[in-house]
Design a protein around this ligand. Sequence first.
Ligand code: HPA
Length: 255
Amino acid sequence: MAPQIGIIGGTGVYNPQLLSDVKEKVVTNLYGEVKLALGTYRGIEVVFMTRHGAGHSVPPHLVNYRANIWALKELGVERILATAAVGSLNEVMEPGHFVLVDQFLDFTKNRQNTFYDGGEMGVVHTDMTNPYCPHLREVLAESAQDLNITVHKTGTYVCAEGPRFETPAEIKMYRMLGGDLVGMTSVPEVTLAREAGICYATVAMVTNFAAGISPRELTHQEVVETMKANGENLNKLLMKTVETIPEERRCRCQN
Ligand code: HPA
């Protein structure tokens, strides 16, 4: 059987730790080459991919999002669970907290952000009313409740271009626009998944208060250390969700 579930590990999530019978694979498609790990969790086939490559070697603006999503599509993946380290703009979303993102604001500048570049693929304008799969988010929320892990059930993710962190003035602007969290990778990953008809949800982990809100200057090390400290709960939440996602898709992501 084909793996129906894909996990995209973001910063701090580099290994398919909880999978068994892991086989590494390199697949090539129209958009590039992708390294994956295929494995199982309690009999369920799962594909794992690290967004930033081995040893966090690919910066957010150079991730080959199209190759990654297309590779998952070609393997038969119908659901993607992604992790993301984020800064917080919202006092109630504190470092260490999980957020089931439901909206985004796109401030990226230089990314290949569609499969539909005209020509053979045509021109398609994809609906983004619910960019993150409502059904997957619901299952994640139920899993969190069962595990006694506190999550914020909604949050607006501001996707910055990076790889630099933001200025306090930018953060102030994002807050005024309704952003709760800031990161550098959710767009175009989420929009490409939707173009490919794949359900997609992000478990964002707050690693720091954003620039100008945090009393300190930001470092990547702070981000990685907070991810590490809460990694166990993140893994538990992902795997409980893998185990409980019903096979039937009760959403409109594939339309
Ligand atoms: N800004 C952007 N990306 C991030 C941050 C941040 O403060 N923290 C973790 N990823």
